[in-house]
Design a protein around this ligand. Structure first.
Ligand SMILES: Nc1nc2c(c(=O)[nH]1)N[C@H]1C(S)=C(S)[C@@H](COP(=O)(O)OP(=O)(O)OC[C@H]3O[C@@H](n4cnc5c(=O)[nH]c(N)nc54)[C@H](O)[C@@H]3O)O[C@H]1N2
Ligand SMILES: Nc1nc2c(c(=O)[nH]1)N[C@H]1C(S)=C(S)[C@@H](COP(=O)(O)OP(=O)(O)OC[C@H]3O[C@@H](n4cnc5c(=O)[nH]c(N)nc54)[C@H](O)[C@@H]3O)O[C@H]1N2
Ligand code: SF4
Ligand SMILES: [Mo]
Length: 872
């Protein structure tokens, strides 16, 4: 039963939209400052996502269900024994920006204050750690110095390495609205790919991969050479100018050199620099194209340098804006859940260690940084880490070089995984599985990109023995304290107790250079926390650093010298990875939602038509990729002219049964930024070839056992499941197996055969279709949805055979399942080419609006084709 009228926060991206439960629906909260009622396609499918497949309901050790008491006792004992025999660093936790602040806080306290090791790292290492390091280097603290409202005051928005139209859609909508209100507001998008976001920019800069430091250093040089800096701001509020000038004096930072090295026209570079210099209010929004790089931290600092030099910071409408990925990546950074922080924005200096230890009353405390994600798993593989607790993340899919992670986990003596589902790749390698309460079943605080604390609230009953993560950690903490014979630091009765303790700990920052200070919240009662409304810190409602006093020792921001890395000549093939509009990470929450699954049907490898030609590949055929020539992954080829020659793109999502062996991180190297440790997910060099396909296959129907293939993906539709496969082996007509009692009809076709599984309905003699399989030596492009529609229907052979001439079309609007083909047809039939007329017929884009950029693009291209015809 779902409770009515509950205010909560969306569990997906860092925009942090408010939601409300209304009957059996989840809608946008009109009163939440992050979204004012709007939701994107993922947010508006939350209700459908609530039923998690393979839900984990009881703690499980191996194959047996055990009690929580047994499970937590086992963990505490394992930790205790390991610390005694091998020292505190033999224990590690790997947690997540999708935990609540309370979960994160206790996990951090357990590891750093009671195990005595800082070996607690998080998937935020893969996501935000370069931005964190850049903030700390420039400002002395990990503070995002802008608010969402600043967008409304800006004259120029620069989006760098961010495909926000897909990844932060509600924020992107805010940008579009600001543009509508202020036609002078310009938007620049800096991305090697022409993304949907870039298509809407006033200027798109398709720079060479990792050319960002060079581009932004060039901007600094431009401002300095032309005396366009804010000299008084620089003099009074920054330090490091001389060293920066020395670096920038190199002639490679001149606009013509920059343009040449980045392979873009100089006029484009000039325009960017000129717009930046001329605009009084500039914001630079950046995300994974910046962070996920071997020069990620320098990229962040190069961006911040431009704002410091020009004084376009510390006032409304200005500043660098690191967009956070996960719903509570920011909250995790606040409590200090990264291996290189201690707690509450403090590092491992003597004073911080002493104050935190005193507050925690901790028996042992970590005194130096722990291992960062990539190194942490290497230590696991070496056998240095004996007990590893993974919580709310799926590293076997999301870490680079994921086959190595699989080996590391197999090697580890004791792996605990806390998740909502046992269906993840990581859960398969766990020794102990803990059933976690998920979104809607637990409550606590999350902090979004603009430092706004909102509450996720419970509105569902908890099934089976599922428990919130904070509870599981606290239970282990209590038992560990008993074993250590120290006073209990984990006697929390509710998430509120934990939140109050966390807020109280931030008091150590009061009156210091640190901005994170929430101690006023330590006095909130349960009732007050229940009533909590979204609140930004600093709690005095000031704009961060509005007094131009930064968090460094002397209050001056650091201009950081960021030498630009050489741009690699593009002789090889470059694999860029990232997100699709409708999926969330490793698909555990969105893979089973039919309308979200329609966005990208199978593991797809994008390239432009020139690249495809060079490789001898055609759309819908299969290519295979490898990092070292050992393991290969297969992907379905699709053409995206937004990619440059020799650039490939694949989404990070395909995992578990959905993606089979085609997980992209199997071929992404574990290279990382030396300062932040953040992996360079966006610049893998790979080998690529046409895959040696003998047979392609498509099966729609109910549970089947599918053949073992190099390529096998799965998609859930409401009525049936869809499998797509390809193999180098010759398949024979027995594939796939049919269930006993089913009858089979096999029809030879031009390039293969069709196999229909039939069952007789109990009431009549009518044969009903249970499954349809197409096998062909050629790619199968027929419209799978028409086949899905035939499942569980009486056999209609004529209809079935007619479908062999259908073809699949890309879904544009997921909410109403409108395809590109339908839109094209409607546009052809329509007298006026307006969006409104289109929507009257098809409704596309009338719910969440996430597809509007694409719908508008189709209208525009149709308009163009008409223009061309008229000119001729
Ligand atoms: N739909 C959806 N939305 C999400 C998520 C999701 O899983 N699905 N996840 C959330 C999370 S955790 C995160 S971290 C964010 C990520 O949000 P984004 O960072 O916006 O998304 P990505 O697709 O990872 O990558 C962004 C862009 O970086 C570009 N890029 C690659 N290399 C370079 C480069 O060298 N320089 C520049 N300037 N750009 C480059 C890529 O071409 C890509 O278009 O999304 C959040 N929102
Ligand atoms: N190639 C490539 N790889 C990438 C990226 C990329 O751009 N390219 N991006 C990286 C980035 S930015 C990120 S953020 C990561 C994300 O990668 P992951 O964090 O590994 O991905 P998720 O699928 O979000 O994993 C979250 C897991 O937690 C479970 N879960 C959900 N709620 C709860 C809960 O309340 N408690 C518990 N205990 N479990 C819960 C889910 O079922 C799921 O299994 O991927 C990274 N990997
Ligand atoms: S923009 Fe982000 S927070 Fe908002 S509804 Fe979409 S996924 Fe949720
Ligand atoms: Mo992320």
């Amino acid at each position: 039963m779902q409770k009515e009228g509950i205010q909560s926060t969306c569990p997906y991206c860092g925009v942090g939209c408010g939601v409300l439960t209304q009957g059996q629906q989840i809608i946008g909260d009109p009163n939440h400052p992050a979204n004012c009622g709007a939701l994107c396609v993922k947010g508006s499918a939350l209700q459908e996502s609530l039923v998690t497949p393979a839900r984990l309901l009881y703690p499980k050790m191996g194959k047996s269900e055990i009690s929580w008491q047994q499970a937590t006792h086992e963990i505490a004992t394992r930790i205790h024994t390991s610390v005694q025999h091998y020292g505190p660093d033999s224990v590690a936790m790997y947690v997540s920006g999708q935990l609540l602040t309370e979960d994160y806080y206790v996990a951090n306290k357990l590891m750093k204050g009671y195990v005595g090791s800082a070996n607690i790292d998080t998937n935020s290492r893969l996501c935000m750690s370069s931005a964190v390091a850049a903030h700390v280097r420039a400002f002395g603290e990990d503070v995002v110095p802008v608010n969402y409202e600043d967008i409304d005051d800006a004259d120029l928005l620069v989006l760098v390495g961010a495909n926000s139209a897909w990844t932060h859609p509600v924020l992107f909508r805010r940008i579009q609205q600001a543009k509508q209100r202020n036609p002078d507001l310009k938007m620049i998008v800096i991305d090697p790919r022409k993304t949907v976001t870039a298509e809407q920019a006033d200027l798109h800069i398709p720079l060479a991969n990792d050319g960002d430091v060079l581009l932004f250093n060039g901007l600094c040089r431009y401002l300095l050479d032309r005396q366009l800096t804010d000299a008084s701001f620089v003099r009074q509020h920054t330090q490091g100018l001389d060293a920066l000038c020395a670096e920038l004096s190199h002639h490679r930072y001149q606009p013509e050199q920059v343009a040449g090295a980045l392979n873009i026209p100089q006029s484009v570079v000039d325009k960017f620099y000129q717009w930046f210099a001329e605009s009084t209010h500039v914001m630079t929004l950046f995300c994974q194209g910046i962070n996920q790089s071997q020069s990620g931290v320098d990229k962040g600092n190069a961006i911040i340098n431009t704002h410091l030099l020009s004084g376009k910071i510390c006032r409304p409408g200005c500043g660098p804006f690191s967009l956070t990925g996960q719903p509570n990546a920011m909250g995790g950074r606040e409590v200090g859940g990264l291996a290189n922080q201690l707690a509450v924005h403090r590092g491992f200096d003597d004073e911080s260690i002493a104050r935190v230890q005193q507050f925690w009353n901790s028996p042992v405390i970590a005194t130096q940084p722990g291992l960062k994600a990539v190194e942490l798993f290497r230590a696991v593989a070496r056998g240095d880490i004996k007990v590893l607790w993974i919580m709310a993340t799926n590293p076997l899919v999301s870490m680079p070089d994921s086959d190595f992670i699989r080996q590391a986990l197999k090697q580890c003596e004791f792996v605990i995984v806390s998740d909502m589902t046992s269906g993840t790749d990581t859960a398969a390698d766990a020794d102990l599985l803990l059933p976690a309460a998920g979104w809607g079943e637990k409550q606590g605080m999350v902090t979004n990109s603009e430092r706004c604390l909102s509450r996720q609230r419970r509105f569902l009953n908890t099934p089976g023995e599922v428990r919130p993560d904070w509870w599981a950690v606290s239970q282990v903490g209590q038992q560990l304290c008993e074993l250590m014979d120290v006073s209990n630091g984990f006697d929390f009765l509710s998430e509120n107790d934990i939140f109050r303790e966390y807020a109280a700990l931030t008091e150590i920052n009061r009156g210091t250079r640190y901005q994170l200070e929430l101690s006023a919240l330590a006095a909130l009662s349960d009732a007050e926390l229940e009533q909590w409304q979204p609140t930004r810190w600093p709690l005095d409602r000031s704009h961060p650093y509005q007094n131009r006093h930064f968090s460094t020792e002397d209050g001056r921001a650091n201009l950081v010298v960021t030498p630009a890395p050489d741009i690699q000549p593009s002789s090889g093939w470059w694999l860029n990875t990232g997100r699709q509009r409708d999926q969330w990470h490793t698909m555990t929450r969105t893979g089973h939602v039919a309308k979200l699954a329609a966005g990208e049907l199978e593991p797809t490898l994008y390239m432009n038509s020139g690249s495809a030609k060079a490789l001898g590949l055609q759309e819908h055929t299969m290519a295979r990729l490898s990092m070292s020539g050992e393991a290969w992954i297969w992907g379905k080829v699709a053409i995206d002219e937004g990619l440059q020659p020799r650039q490939l793109f694949m989404s990070m999502h395909w995992a578990g049964d959905y993606g089979g062996a085609s997980q992209v991180n199997r071929v992404v190297r574990a290279d990382y930024d030396p300062l932040s440790g953040q992996p360079a997910f966006k610049s893998g060099s790979v080998m690529i070839q046409p895959a040696p396909v003998t047979h392609y296959g498509l099966t729609v129907g109910h549970a089947h056992s599918m053949p073992v293939c190099e390529y096998l993906s799965m998609q859930r539709e409401k009525k049936a499941t869809v499998w797509r496969f390809a193999t180098s082996e010759r398949l024979c007509k027995t594939v796939p197996d049919v269930k006993s009692g089913e009858r089979v009809l096999t029809l030879d076709q031009e390039q293969g055969w069709m196999k229909v599984a039939l069952s007789q309905s109990a009431q009549s003699n009518i044969l009903q279709v249970r499954g349809i399989t197409l096998i062909s030596t050629q790619p199968i492009i027929q419209d799978y949805l028409s086949y899905v529609a035939l499942i569980d229907q009486p056999l209609d052979l004529a209809k079935l055979l007619a479908l062999s001439h259908s073809s699949v079309s890309r879904t544009v609007c997921s909410c109403f399942r409108v395809t590109e083909q339908q839109i094209q047809q409607q546009l052809q039939n329509q007298k006026t080419l307006s969006l409104e007329a289109l929507q009257d017929h098809l409704k596309c884009g009338t719910n969440c609006g996430s597809c509007l950029p694409e719908v508008n693009k189709l209208i525009a291209s149709h308009q163009q084709s008409i223009d061309v015809v008229t000119v001729e």
